[in-house]
Design a protein around this ligand. Structure first.
Ligand SMILES: *Cc1c(COP(=O)(O)O)cnc(C)c1O
Length: 400
């Protein structure tokens, strides 16, 4: 394998997305190869021994530890994010779980924002406490609540911004400062913003996690996740142990799909945002829609912070509230002809979902209300279709 890492450090963002991490085999292929193998062979028994005792040169020994195609994906995403390290995982949730598990232990404490992706909320409220970790959830936009929660020592802070599905925007720089004083590592779930809009580590966060299933693939093909960070010691002492021995490894085939996804990520995200901005403005004008939540609109409660923290743009997701409640929300979904009903997001195809009854169905009603989720709320993941087709589809479905 040959790779020119020195060149990649000087490349600008667009070049890194297309070429970063490419390592060619002896066959000199243009596009990255899929190394769909679990194991590797040794010339001699002594070479195998040296690989295991660490005295030999670094090489691949088993795909649970490292694989050339997965390695190319990790290096390209690290270059895009501006992080020293990236470890790929089988799904976004395995990235979230391993980042948290490698940051705390029994007797430890984790503070999180309340408006979280359903499974992240489950890890914080149910799984971590089962292992003896104390957890506390706070309103992500309430600075006093963060100050109070972080007046006591903690191992980690976990937050998602913008959040799902209400698109709450949380101040990463403010919380990172508080968290570091409390001795906590800050883990940001950056799925909604993508590395194109938001670089949490530049704002003080320590670890960034992705569901690569979303915009990084962006075409509904496979699951994947990633953990990005700069702390070598955390990697060597904690994360590597977790990954090696628990095995949430990404498949080389998925790594290849996601690697190709990274080549067009910024182009796609730009177009998602153009469409979402136009659609958010359009929806504001519809009488059946009582509320439009989009960080790019001035009416969004944290619009100013969103613009500062997210490169001046609002992202590709919109939440709307229908005046007619659940009945109107279901009617709108059932009458869409182009936009699909689906709980996925970040896809080339526009997707709509009713969070109350799908992604957040398990969350008790009173907690949904606290999170700002209502029965009349729909989440729209705006795709790459022609904006006029999207507007016509929504207009026709709203009119029924
Ligand atoms: C989808 C998602 C996850 C989980 O990712 P998977 O790839 O489905 O495991 C975590 N956080 C957010 C914000 C998500 O949207």
């Amino acid at each position: 394998m040959t790779t020119d890492k020195k060149a990649s450090n000087n490349w600008r963002a667009a070049t890194r997305s297309v070429r970063g991490g490419t390592a060619r085999s002896g066959f000199c292929e243009t596009s990255e190869a899929i190394f769909m193998n679990s194991g590797y062979v040794y010339e001699t028994a002594a070479e195998a021994e040296a690989s295991f005792d660490g005295s030999g040169p670094e090489r691949f020994v088993y795909s649970r530890f490292a694989n050339p195609t997965v390695g190319m994906f990790e290096e390209r995403l690290a270059l895009i994010e501006g992080a020293q390290y990236c470890r790929a995982t089988a799904s976004g949730m395995s990235a979230v779980w391993n980042a948290l598990a490698a940051s705390t232990k029994a007797g430890g404490r984790v503070v999180g924002s309340r408006a979280l992706f359903g499974s992240c909320e489950f890890i914080l409220t149910t799984l971590l406490p089962r292992f003896g970790v104390e957890t506390e959830l706070v309103d992500g936009t309430d600075k006093d609540a963060w100050e109070k929660a972080l007046s006591k020592p903690a191992d980690a802070v976990f937050l998602e911004t913008p959040s799902n599905p209400t698109l709450e925007v949380i101040d990463i720089a403010f919380i990172s400062e508080l968290a570091h004083k409390a001795g906590a590592k800050v883990i940001v779930d950056n799925v909604f913003a993508t590395p194109i809009l938001q670089k949490p580590m530049e704002l003080g966060a320590d670890i960034v996690v992705y569901s690569a299933t979303k915009h990084i693939d962006g075409q509904g093909r496979c699951l994947g996740g990633a953990i990005l960070f700069n702390d070598k010691e955390w990697h060597d002492e904690h994360l590597t142990t977790f990954l090696r021995h628990t095995g949430p490894s990404m498949s080389p085939f998925n790594a290849w799909v996601l690697l190709k996804g990274l080549e067009t990520l910024s182009l796609r995200v730009d177009q998602h945002i153009r469409n979402a901005t136009a659609l958010a403005e359009f929806l504001t004008e519809q009488p059946q829609v009582s509320r439009v939540l989009y960080p790019g609109l001035k009416s969004h409660p944290q619009h100013e912070l969103a613009m500062k923290q997210m490169s001046g743009r609002g992202g590709g997701l919109i939440a709307i509230e229908l005046a007619g409640g659940k009945k109107a929300a279901f009617s709108l979904l059932d009458n869409l002809k182009l936009i699909d009903i689906s709980n996925n997001l970040g896809d080339a195809k526009s997707l709509a979902t009713h969070p109350w009854t799908t992604t957040h169905q398990r969350v008790p009603a009173e907690d949904k209300v606290v999170m700002g989720i209502t029965e009349g709320m729909l989440r729209l993941s705006v795709g790459l279709e022609d904006i006029d087709d999207l507007k016509e589809d929504l207009l026709a479905a709203l009119a029924v």
